[in-house]
Design a protein around this ligand. Structure first.
Ligand SMILES: [Zn+2]
Length: 119
């Protein structure tokens, strides 16, 4: 039986959209919420993955690189979709071999998110 394990993170960042006709072309910021889900079988330690291990990976690979940063310096035209793709690139090779990355969900506001599903 595979069990899904999910954890949420927050970071704040500034961006502006390129070639965009609207107010999002102006410099502004978001407090993003990031959700990362992995799945796997329960191991000898009775866990799929220790939440602390997942937290350390995502904080090191993603949150520490994006929090309080200007996203346009890091990601070309950082729409929620492009930021989510960048996050996938940062995480995909750094998960323990015992788990599969299931999805990455990035909220740009409380009511709006994009998701990359790896299934
Ligand atoms: Zn925005």
């Amino acid at each position: 039986m595979r069990i899904k394990v999910y954890k949420e993170f927050n970071f704040s960042a500034a961006h502006k959209l390129v070639d965009y006709n609207g107010e999002c072309a102006n410099l502004h910021g978001h407090t993003y919420k990031l959700g990362v889900a992995v799945s796997g079988s329960v191991g000898e330690n009775s866990m799929v993955i220790d939440f602390k291990v997942l937290k350390n990976i995502v904080e090191e690979r993603v949150v520490s690189k994006l929090d309080h940063k200007y996203l346009n310096d890091i990601i070309h035209n950082p729409t929620a979709e492009r930021v989510c793709e960048w996050i996938l690139d940062e995480l995909k090779d750094y998960m323990p071999e015992s788990v599969n990355l299931e999805f990455i969900r990035l909220w740009e506001s409380e009511t709006s998110y994009v998701e990359i599903s790896l299934k």
